[in-house]
Design a protein around this ligand. Structure first.
Ligand code: NAP
Length: 287
């Protein structure tokens, strides 16, 4: 058990996909199941979490905040204000650490919701914002994290432990960098899946049976990721290793180059980046 998490109780507000995945990564070795609480309006969902992982259920978010030192906000961004408003005073009284995984909701916005609800102006709630991605559902996620000024080193360690339970987790210094994280690893799974889908379609057109084309494409993607993770060589070198002079890979890479693949990828990345910034602004107007 991690030295920093053993003395804490952790409450999950929302027990959906992402919360289930994180809880599944934490118990039983990283955090004791009896130190974890969950509340979700979907009683079946909550009972399933309780029976799968032997964690505690609560009858309301207020009860959950009372019992938890660390709060994980695992609800959709659109309901964040509705969720936080009734529990804002307890968060202030308990000086809870708030870890939000909701896309587009920045730390100031969370503080502002608490200020609006409590009418206490000078608050210094410790808020950590996390941008996870869907591979976290299979414990192979990649998360970017940002901590506001009120977060202590010990609290950062807790967030690191939580997100490391479902993959890799990295800190960014500036909160605006979470937008770039969103455009890279948050949206990234869809980019790679689209690439794989196109490859499958090309292979099918060339006559390969669909199931074989699908498995080869997925395994090639997963194998390339493992090779990049474990090899001592740079990505450029690994590409060179597949590329024999006048060979097949060289022809495909030349085709990508002629079609300016790097520009296509950069344009898509910039579009995602811009949309992430816009979403933050749009959500802040709803508070
Ligand atoms: N899934 C991902 O890979 C991913 C990636 C990046 C970021 N995120 C972020 O992670 C957050 C959770 O995503 P998810 O995929 O886990 O969503 P999800 O499966 O829909 O889970 C959210 C849960 O919150 C519950 N909920 C709604 N109102 C609540 C309330 N007042 N109090 C407590 N719980 C409440 C929902 O119940 P009902 O269904 O009954 O409303 C649902 O079970 C989102 O903000 C999303 O932006 C997710």
């Amino acid at each position: 058990m991690n030295a920093h998490t053993k003395n804490f109780t952790i409450g999950f507000i929302g027990g959906g996909n992402m919360a289930s995945s994180i809880i599944g990564g934490l118990v039983p070795n990283i955090v004791q199941s009896q130190s974890i609480y969950v509340f979700d309006p979907n009683a079946d969902q909550m009972e399933k979490l309780s029976s799968d992982f032997n964690i505690n259920t609560c009858s309301s978010n207020s009860e959950l905040v009372q019992k938890s030192d660390v709060l994980v906000l695992a609800v959709k961004p659109q309901v964040m204000a509705t969720v936080l408003t009734p529990i804002a005073q307890i968060i202030l009284d308990k000086q809870s650490l708030v870890i939000s995984i909701a896309a587009g909701i920045n730390c100031d916005l969370i503080q502002q919701i608490i200020i609006n609800a409590t009418h206490v102006k000078n608050i210094n709630t410790a808020v950590i914002r996390v941008m996870p991605n869907t591979p976290a559902l299979v414990k192979s996620g990649a998360s970017g994290m940002y901590a506001n000024q009120s977060v202590s080193t010990e609290q950062k360690d807790i967030a690191q432990t939580l997100m490391s339970a479902v993959g890799s987790a990295f800190w960014v210094e500036k909160e605006q960098d979470i937008d770039a994280v969103t455009a890279l690893s948050g949206s990234g799974p869809a980019y790679f899946m689209l690439f794989v889908k196109s490859l499958i379609e090309s292979a099918e057109q060339a006559g390969l049976p669909s199931d074989i084309a699908k498995q080869l494409a997925i395994d090639t993607c997963a194998g390339s990721a493992k090779l990049m993770q474990s090899s001592e060589h740079s990505i450029e070198q690994l590409i060179k290793n597949v590329t024999s002079p006048k060979g097949t890979t060289e022809q495909a890479l030349l085709s990508f180059q002629n079609d300016k693949l790097a520009n296509i990828i950069d344009k898509a990345f910039q579009s995602a980046l811009k949309r992430s910034e816009e979403l933050g602004v749009e959500l802040s107007k709803t508070i």
